[in-house]
Design a protein around this ligand. Sequence first.
Ligand code: TGC
Length: 385
Amino acid sequence: MSIPDLYQLSDLFSTDQIARRSRLRWFIDDQVLHHANRWFQEGHFPLEQAQALADYNVFGATLKGYDCPGMSYIDYGLMMQEIERGDSGLRSFASVQSALAMYPIHAFGSEEQKEKWLPKMAKGELIGCFSLTEPDHGSDPGGLTTVAVEDGDSFIINGKKRWCTSATIADVCILFAKLNDRIQGFLIEKGTPGFNPVEITNKFSLRISVSAEISLEDCRIPKANILTDAKGLKSALSCLNQARYSIAWGVIGAAFDCFEEALKYAKQRIQFEKPIASFQLVQKQFADMWTEIVSAQLLALRLGELMDEGKADPAAISMAKRNNVRMAMEVARQCRDILGAVGILDDYHVMRHLTNLESVFTYEGTDHIHTLILGEKLTGLRAFG
Ligand code: TGC
């Protein structure tokens, strides 16, 4: 029995959107979910399956021109939801490619840079990454200490970066450094001497995803590789808006997969001679979870409309990221509880989603930072900085 669409959300999507979602759902079921727990245990990133997402127009989905799909933010959000139903690490790859690598090239790059990178990135032939965070500057990126200095027709960059998804496999890195004391974006191409990404392998979370730290040692790049219009922290934060939007939708998919798995289990698991789904406390868990999942979908949908109209306030994006990640974590925890002891095994997906969501709770702005962004918006008073 499928879960009833009580709020008739399907009516809010076009036939095309539903068809696209079904195609991607089939791909995630067939090519990702069957293998995901093994990949997670092995710490394996499935590059081939990740690149195949290009066939569904995932990469740079909302960007116009340069062979990009030019779709709506709701189209994009629905795809993020389906991908994270598979795994948060795979969705991280897809949203970094779109929101943090292609978006800044599209928004801040020169015509030559756009022509060179975007068509191939949209096809998944080239991979991008984004590098803002440093070992000593996470929530306060304005304090970053990586420095670029001009030297003839080059810039020389020195510093250290951390938590860059895809950095060891990326063809291009969008990197923020200080140039004359002001934050500035640059493009660094794979293989540039002095650009040294190293994979972080000792993770308990997002194991189907490459995370890396990068050391930059006299890394010389041509002047043409400056992202001219990516000036100031504002430009980096505007990329994060895109990535936070992807998360607000994506985590609904993770919650959905946990919910479906727990519901199936609860109907089959017999205790006291009855399926545990018939017990009142378990029914309360399902009622609470489904209410929160549907509420998160409505929040994401309205945010998508605002993004399409170019009217989304960054604080609204913070609200959706914060609320929907909290929701997904709570759903994953409740589903693990319903599964009982077997919920910790890799025969089920719940524990993988739960440990992944621990990272999603923290990256692209911690829960605390989004709380304080909302606090400032509501009170007019700043609690940080
Ligand atoms: P603040 O003075 O508030 O702002 C500086 C300028 O930026 C503007 N601004 C924004 N613009 C667009 N979108 C937003 N969301 C914006 N938030 C602020 C602001 O209006 C101002 O503009 P202007 O014209 O006055 O210059 O800056 P602050 O330094 O006080 O910091 C504010 C704070 C704490 C909210 C911000 O720094 C923040 O969001 N911190 C969290 C950082 C974060 O999310 N980091 C994660 C980075 S992602 C990553 O590197 C690892 S994950 C990526 C991967 O998976 O590879």
